[in-house]
Design a protein around this ligand. Structure first.
Ligand SMILES: Cc1cc2nc3c(=O)[nH]c(=O)nc-3n(C[C@H](O)[C@H](O)[C@H](O)COP(=O)(O)OP(=O)(O)OC[C@H]3O[C@@H](n4cnc5c(N)ncnc54)[C@H](O)[C@@H]3O)c2cc1C
Length: 473
């Protein structure tokens, strides 16, 4: 019993108490009563869950979900938490490149709906700076450089929103968004402005191409409140902040989680095999779906079906820098309506919130996959063609550019998850379920309510850690 109390005390960093209680100087009856009282005192006053000190917990993946899980476990007394990360840095899809002298976020950029969003406070604590990006501060240009009038754009935008709702209501599990949309709005299939809205709004938001996206299970998640803000000095400030003090082993690519033995879990990684009492698997959906990551015993059919229900979307980002800005620097967004959907049709004006003469461009949907095979020169030419249509043939080529290739990135195989044609969104809940109270799961693909977001991933890590902590209550 005394050992147990000592463990409890150590757990709460109050080791001295167990050493100072004079247990041996009182009679047996008193001893028993004292022990009971002291135990009760600690259970009440500590008011925290108890995890065995010598348990080793392994977290697989140092993205925000893995870091959140590790931090939560450490803060609740689990001493041996090891994070195994395949790459050479933490953050996962919150990845910042500063090689151009400013922060280019390759993955997440925005804190969506910041009111009530747990990332808002975290960003403040981490020293991440933000800027409110006004979605309505946009001008959309046609291929001849003419502007869609505010009235035309607003009317079409409203009609498009209604159309998305209608597809949602008419949609069937077996049909893609595109099939239902084209049957209801055949006249819009080749409308350039509608193709712009399909890709820049819907496919950007959901990650997937409309030809793959479910027609009825795509908007059944939740949102916090408020207007989106963009992180201006790098989203990795947040993950670097969470990573502080954690035992993260980099360049450790996990290939197998073997939970056959009831007493320990064997995790096979680059440098060898690690033993753990419990693991939290936070590798992205794309990695779970690949052959690179195995479980023994294999995942249940329920989990395998859930993996099939979802797919990884593709959004890629490109940043271009010029000596001087030739575009309307007061705009937040510049839209363009090319014939081919998803092709460098949406520009974020970085100059709006910084001193940098830079624009961020995007590719969406299936085109985004294709664009990964293009060279930097080809990409730049395509972007410049679009910009020249808007601003004239004299606009100069950029002095520098950076790009992403999320689809071929072996650490994610895509940008974020979506429910694909034939799939069910309940898959998110199934993927979140732990196995035998020992193998836990977290990551954006395990968050039904806030899927495909930073806040969803973060909350899923905290949830997985607390689920594990309850087991030891
Ligand atoms: C282009 C893009 C734009 C986005 N924009 C936004 C946005 O504006 N706002 C927003 O809220 N969300 C956005 N997101 C989504 C958001 O970035 C993710 O939902 C979130 O970062 C996912 O966190 P995670 O912990 O689930 O996964 P990850 O961040 O992917 O972390 C998983 C970790 O596991 C590691 N790993 C992979 N395989 C292995 C292995 N075998 N062994 C060990 N480690 C492994 C990876 O390297 C990675 O570090 C965007 C994502 C992308 C790609």
């Amino acid at each position: 019993m005394q050992l147990y109390i000592e463990k409890l005390c150590m757990q709460e960093n109050i080791v001295f108490l167990s050493k100072k209680v004079p247990l041996l100087n009182i009679n047996n009856r008193m001893k028993q009563l004292s022990l009971l009282a002291i135990t009760a005192f600690f259970f009440i006053s500590c008011n925290k869950r108890y995890v065995k000190n010598d348990d080793t917990v392994i977290i697989i993946g140092a993205g925000i979900s893995g870091l959140a899980a590790a931090k939560e476990l450490k803060e609740n007394g689990v001493e041996h938490v090891i994070v195994l990360e395949a790459s050479d840095k933490s953050g996962g899809r919150m990845k910042t490149d500063r090689s151009l002298g400013f922060a280019f976020d390759e993955g997440a950029s925005w804190i969506h709906r910041p009111i009530g969003n747990p990332i808002t406070d975290l960003a403040i604590d981490a020293g991440a700076t933000t800027f409110l990006t006004d979605d309505d501060n946009v001008v959309v240009y046609d291929i001849d450089g003419s502007v869609y009038s505010d009235e035309d754009y607003d009317t079409q935008d409203e009609a498009f929103e209604e159309a998305v709702g209608k597809v949602h209501r008419a949609g069937m599990n077996s049909q893609s968004f595109e099939t239902v949309y084209h049957s209801l709005y055949a006249d819009k299939a080749d409308d350039r402005l509608w193709k712009f809205m399909v890709s820049s709004y819907l496919e950007f938001d959901l990650g997937g191409d409309i030809s793959k996206l479910s027609s009825n299970e795509f908007y059944d998640d939740k949102e916090h409140k408020g207007v989106d803000v963009i992180v201006t000095n790098g989203y990795d400030n947040i993950t670097n902040y969470l990573a502080k003090g954690l035992d993260i082993r980099y360049n450790e690519r996990v290939s197998k989680v073997d939970y056959t033995d009831e007493t320990k879990i064997l995790v096979t990684s680059t440098s060898g095999t690690f033993e753990a009492s419990a693991v939290v698997v936070t590798v992205p959906l794309g990695v779970l779906k690949s052959d690179n990551f195995q479980f023994a015993p294999e995942l249940t059919d329920e989990k395998k079906d859930a993996l099939d229900d979802l797919a990884m979307g593709t959004v890629n980002k490109y940043v271009f820098v010029w000596d001087t800005a030739f575009w309307d620097v007061d705009l937040q967004y510049i839209g363009y309506t090319p014939e081919t959907k998803g092709t460098f049709n949406h520009f974020l004006n970085i100059k709006k919130y910084s001193n940098n003469n830079a624009l961020m461009a995007f590719t969406f949907g299936e085109y985004s996959r294709t664009a990964e095979d293009l060279t930097n020169v080809e990409i730049t030419d395509l972007v410049m063609n679009n910009l020249k249509s808007i601003y004239g043939s004299n606009v100069p080529n950029p002095t520098n550019m950076l790009r992403t290739r999320w689809n071929s990135n072996v650490n994610s195989f895509g940008c974020y998850s979506f429910v694909q044609q034939g799939g069910e969104s309940s898959a998110y809940k199934i993927l979140a379920k732990s196995i035998n109270d020992r193998v836990y799961f977290a990551g954006e693909h395990t968050s039904f309510d806030y899927r495909s977001s930073v806040h969803g991933a973060y909350a899923s890590g905290i949830t997985a850690a607390n689920e594990m902590l309850k087991r030891y209550k």
